[in-house]
Write a new protein. Sequence first.
Length: 169
Amino acid sequence: MAKEIVDAMAMQRALTRITYEIIEKNKGINNLVIVGIKTRGVYIGQHIADRLQQLESAEIPVGQLDISSYRDDHSDAPVKQDLDVNIDGKRVILVDDVLYTGRTIRAALDALMDNGRPAVVNLAVLVDRGHRELPIRADFVGKNIPTSASERIQVNVEEVDGYDSVEIE
């Protein structure tokens, strides 16, 4: 049985806070690119880009990254996929929905480096649930939700699920 722990309004507030933190840390939005990890990270990244545009009156490029072939539990060699944005020399904000073991982010970093050499990579996640297996931490976190290893976090986004929320199962 899933229990909603973040409703749509709280999710929007968390994304707005992340947006302000990105502006502050980067001293503006100069040279910024957002790259969302498929699937829900892309939509969360687009929401952040929309907020950045509202606040700073400038459009931020948003790319999509499919890291499935870069995962360490994938038996084949990684299949390079081209990003639809240039990341060379850019300040990249890598966006995902949930940070758990860190393995998805490690795979995403490998995929990013196959596509260019960013000046800086920062990580933004909507939910950090702990249980890291790799030394990876997010620079921008919407909500820390301590969980047990047996629990599951489900992020729902309007574009995929028809509503915004975070649920724990």
